[in-house]
Design a binder for this molecule. Structure first.
Ligand code: FE
Ligand code: FE
Ligand code: ZN
Length: 275
């Protein structure tokens, strides 16, 4: 298994790798740009080279970028929908240069248009994005289902993928907090959840896992990340997820509150649980 956390790239990509190493990580996640803003910093070729060298020499597992969560591929307004397509496409092209294999993307919110329309819009957006044939792959993140979020069930994710011209170009990113919020009992019925996942999506679609505890109960449709062991999923269940034979080859990324010192402690804990 590979364990990492969400790291800031404000001091550059190569510095972010060093920070990941300093907290005991062997992979990492970063926002492709300010999560709320839409402007991206220009890539510095020296930084890109140093980043790639470090990722290789430290033998990092697959790195996962994260698209800004304000981008909505299910938007009702054309300008917002087109912006999402442009920004996500642009980010994939930058990730190709960094040789980062994956980018987690929240599918979108249907904002009252209904789930069916939302699913169709997301698929249409992905079909446009996929025309560029990037190497870096979009991972649709399974959502908790708050508000009008699309992608809150394995069925919804499967419906999106079924509408794609190039279904092989997308993977799925699970988030333990989101799954729990969406009603998938990863605490007391992990086997059942993985069985359902395999039936509806195929386990091979899963390329990364966001490892978070949850402040809100099973099926609450709420997305409130808690520190490992301080939420309702608990340390034991999260350790079981990391050790599960069908999941343990994946990169696990923490998105827990508390910043870098907290990540270091949680990474040390997870490593101590690995069998
Ligand atoms: Fe996310
Ligand atoms: Fe997440
Ligand atoms: Zn979340």
């Amino acid at each position: 298994m590979y364990i990492g956390a969400h790291i800031s790239i404000s001091k550059g990509f190569s510095a972010a790798v060093e920070q990941a190493v300093s907290i005991g990580a062997d992979t990492m996640q970063f926002f492709t740009r300010n999560p709320r803003g839409a402007s991206a910093k220009q890539l510095n070729p020296k930084d890109v080279e140093a980043f790639k060298e470090k990722v290789n020499s430290y033998k990092f597992g697959p790195i996962v970028a994260h698209a800004p969560y304000t981008m909505n591929m299910a938007a009702a307004k054309d300008d917002l929908w087109e912006l999402a397509i442009r920004v996500i496409g642009d980010d994939l092209t930058r990730l190709d240069e960094l040789e980062v294999p994956y980018m987690a993307v929240h599918p979108g919110s249907h904002v009252g248009q209904g789930t069916e329309v939302g699913i169709q819009k997301v698929a249409k957006a992905l079909n446009i994005i996929h025309k560029h044939n990037n190497n870096s792959q979009i991972l649709l993140e399974a959502m908790a289902g708050s508000g009008t979020e699309v992608g809150k069930s394995f069925e919804e994710l499967a419906s999106i993928i079924s509408l794609l011209d190039k279904p092989e170009k997308v993977g799925v990113c699970l988030d333990t907090c989101h799954l729990y919020g969406a009603g998938y009992d990863v605490k007391d019925n992990l086997e059942g959840v993985l069985q359902e996942l395999d039936n509806k999506l195929g386990l091979d679609k899963v390329k990364a896992i966001h490892l978070n505890d949850s402040l809100q109960p099973l099926g609450s449709r709420k997305d409130r990340h808690a520190n490992i062991g301080e939420g309702l999923i608990g340390k034991e269940a999260l350790a079981n997820i990391v050790n599960h034979p069908k999941l343990k080859h994946l990169p696990f990324l923490l998105e827990t509150p508390g910043g870098i010192d907290n990540y270091a402690q949680e990474i040390a804990f997870i490593k101590s649980q690995v069998k």
